[in-house]
Each structure stands twice: as C-alpha cells, then as structure tokens.
Design a protein around this ligand. Structure first.
Ligand code: DGL
Length: 269
C-alpha cells in the first residue's frame, strides 16, 4: 500500500473521537480514515492508568496492521496516559488530543477557566503540567464529568439526564465566575448544544477538533504522507469493539460522514 492511499488510523475509548474524525475529514477530504471506537471497554476515564495504556497499545497495533500511515489518539484520556508509550513503540507519526488549556487561558477575560474532563485525565501528570505552565494569572476550576460518557455512548446527548449532570457539574463553575470552559474529553464536544441551551453565553466553550485536524495536516505534510489529491472518495471505515454498533452508525449519519464508504462492524480484541 503506498503512503498516499494508506489511511489515517484514529481511535478513542468510544464515540467521542468521532468529533475529531469529522474535523479531520472536513479539513482533509482526500484522506482515507479508519476509526476504531473502543466502546466495549469505555469509559476509560474511570479505569486505571495501566488499563488505559494496554488498550491504547492494542488499538494502535490493530490500526497499524490495517495499514495506518499515522495514528490520531482522539481521546484526551488515552493521550495523557499513553502517548509517550505509543510514540516510543511505533515509528509512524502519533498525534494526540489534549485539553485546550492554553487557548482557554488566552480567551478568558475573567481569568477563571473551567476544565471538564475525565477523572483519569484530571489526575494525569500531563494535565497538571498544562495547568501549571499556563496558570500563572489564571484560576482553574476542575471537575470530572462522571456519567456523561456513559450517556453519550448510548447516543444520549440531550434531555433530562444530561441536563441534570451538566447542572451538577457546571452550575458551581458558573457561580465561581468561570467564563471559559475547556471540554477536556472528545465526547463532550457532542454536549455543546445542551450546554449552550442550559447556560446561554455564560461559557466560551473550548474544544480542540479543528486544531487537531490542522496538526494532522502539518504532520502528514512534514512526513510526505499526504494522500494523492487525485484519489476520489477515499474510504471511511468505522469499527467498534462493542457488540451494538448502531450508535456509531447513527453518529456517522448525524455528522454527515456517510458520503464515503462506511463499514461499521464489531471487532473483538
Ligand atoms: N473520549 C475520551 C476523552 O477524550 C474519554 C472518554 C472515556 O472516559 O472513555 O478523554
């Protein structure tokens, strides 16, 4: 398989990374993508560091066996816990997703930034580094989004259950004067309409999908791995480790990712 034709391999603990895959597809429509949602093992945010590292390695190996020319870890939790390991083990470019602490600090007028992320991301050394390197004149209010990923994995991104959790996690942030909210899990990008409905323009929302798509473009270009522009309609293949793959299919439809070939099947690994 020549580099141009080879796909970009993208993985997440589940459906959240589809927000990143969609941004990559919009920016680089000529690139084939193989996406694997580890929904059978989600949520990563409530698992141990060792578990997250092992699953990340397994998914990366699987994508590389399928010919991936670059890997996108479309998961803040897996990036903060496992990206160094993946970079040390695999020779292809590995691009990760981190909570957008720096852009949030830059855009916060009040200098009070909320960080909604998984428990595993919040306890990671990498997040602590980001907070201390950008937090000189900024206060952070960090909150783990327990239960949100489980709802999103079922395809629930709005409604009473979502609103109740958002109120529990974000109302105290609003009271603390937060004006900018980092969505520190790729899953949470799908909650943006619900957050805006509940909190109006209280929070400027920071998510990193399009920034990651730009980084993917830069890394592919640096490594001479861009797809040949003459390849029309490159394949977009979606896989899930869950036995129920309908939420992934529905999400692909909602994101208008079904123009190209979409194969959604269960993989057991
Ligand atoms: N999508 C993952 C992230 O960006 C987290 C979801 C999970 O807890 O599995 O952190």
């Amino acid at each position: 398989m020549s580099n141009g034709i080879a796909p970009i391999g993208v993985f997440d603990s589940g459906l959240g990374g589809m927000s990143v895959a969609a941004a990559i597809h919009r920016r680089l429509p000529g690139e084939a993508i193989v996406y694997v949602a580890d929904s059978g093992f989600a949520p990563y945010g409530e698992k141990t560091d060792a578990f997250i590292k092992t699953r990340s390695r397994t998914l990366a190996q699987w994508l590389i066996r399928r010919g991936a020319k670059a890997l996108v870890v479309a998961c803040n939790t897996a990036t903060t816990q496992a990206i160094s390991l993946l970079r040390s083990e695999f020779a292809i470019p590995v691009i990760g997703v981190e909570p957008g602490i720096k852009p949030a600090v830059q855009s916060s007028a009040a200098k009070v930034v909320g960080v909604l992320a998984t428990a595993a991301t919040l306890r990671s050394g990498r997040l602590q580094e980001l907070l201390s390197s950008h937090g000189r004149d900024c206060r952070f209010v960090c909150q783990a989004g327990h239960g949100l990923v489980e709802l999103i994995e079922q395809g629930t991104v709005a409604g009473a259950c979502v609103d109740a959790l958002l109120d529990k996690y974000l109302a105290p942030m609003a009271e603390a004067g937060v004006d900018t909210l980092v969505l520190g899990s790729t899953h949470y990008a799908f909650l943006m309409p619900s957050i805006t409905r509940a909190f109006g323009d209280q929070f400027h929302l920071v998510e990193t999908g399009s920034a990651i798509a730009r980084r993917v473009e830069d890394r592919l270009t640096e490594h001479g791995l861009r797809a040949d522009a003459s390849v029309a309609n490159p394949a977009l293949h979606l896989y899930s480790t869950a036995s129920e793959t309908r939420p992934l299919q529905r999400l692909a439809h909602a994101l208008c990712l079904v123009g190209s070939e979409v194969a959604s099947v269960s993989v057991d690994m």
